[in-house]
Design a protein around this ligand. Sequence first.
Ligand code: NAD
Length: 303
Amino acid sequence: MSDTFEIAFIGVGHMGGPMAANLVKAGHTVRAFDLSVELLDAAAAHGATAATSAAQAAEGADVVVTSLPGGAAVLGVYMGDQGLFASLPAGTLVIDCSTIDVFESRTFHEAAAAAGVLAVDAPVSGGVVGAEAGTLTFMVGGTEEAFARATPVLEAMGRKLVHCGEPGSGQAAKLCNNMLLAISMVGAAEAFALAKQLGLSDQAFFDVASTSSGSCWAVNVNAPVPGVVETSAANNDYRPGFAVALMQKDLRLAQAAADATHVSNELGRHALEIYERFAADEAATTDFSGVYNKIVAATPTPA
Ligand code: NAD
C-alpha cells in the first residue's frame, strides 16, 4: 500500500476540522462528512471533498476516521443496517478519535472485528490548538497490526502516539488522565485560593508550588490564576483551552467506568460534582481552570 491514503473523515467539528486539514496537507485524499453543511464547506476550503453521507465518504476509502461528540454518534455511524460496518470491505482501517465510554468502545471494536475491519480507538489530548498545529497526543487501543496500520495516519495529525494496549484501552487512558487532571485542577485552585487568603501573592505561591512537590500541569502550565503563566487560560479571561463542558463529559465517562469496575474514586466523584455545579452556570464557554473563581466567590473577604 502506498504512503498516501484515501481517507473518509466523519465529524469535522472543532477537532475534526483541523485534523482533516492536516491529513490533506500530508498528501492524503480526504472525503469529509458532517451533519453541518457549514463545517463541510469549511473542510472543503481546506482541500477535502464534501460527501453527502458517511457511506458516500467511505466508498473506496482505505481508512475511515471519526471525530464525533460521543458514543451514541460513533455507534450510530458504524453499526446497524445503515452503519459503515455493513458495507466496508474487509481489511479497511477505522480510527475512532472521539472520546467515548470504554464499554461502548469495546462494542465498536467487537463489531469491527465481526465485519473483518481493523479498528483502533485513538482519543486525543491537546485540544483545538494541538489539532491545528498537528501536535496532538493519541492514546491508542487495538491490536499491534491495527496500530501499525494507523501509525502513518495518526502521525499526520499528532506528535506523540502511545499504544496503550488492547481494544478500548486508549479510551481508558484518556478517562483516567482527565479524571486526574480534574482532581489536580481543583486542588491547584483551592491551594491558590488558600494561599491568597493567608496573605501570599499568587507569584510567591506559584514560585514555590511550581518548583516543589505541588508541581503539576494544573499549576505549571495552566495555572488557575492570571499573571503567573503566560499561556494559561486565566490570562485570556478564562476562555478555553479546555471547556468546562468537555471536562464534565470526561468526568461522567470516568465515573461510569469507576462504577462499572467498583473502583472507590472518592476524589474523582467529588471533582465530577464540582464540575457539574460549575457547568450548570457556565457550561461550554469557560476554561475548566475557572473553577478557581467559584472557590474565590464562595470565600468571604478577609476582615
Ligand atoms: P464538535 O461538536 O465540535 O464536533 C463533532 C462534530 O460531529 C460536529 O461537527 C457534528 O456536527 C458532527 N456529527 C455529530 N454526529 C454526526 C453524525 N452522525 N455524522 C456526521 N457528523 C456528525 O466536537 P469536538 O470538540 O470537535 O470534539 C470531537 C471529539 O473529540 C469529542 O468526542 C470530544 O470529547 C473529543 N475531544 C475534544 C477536545 C476539544 O478540546 N474540543 C479535546 C480532546 C478530545
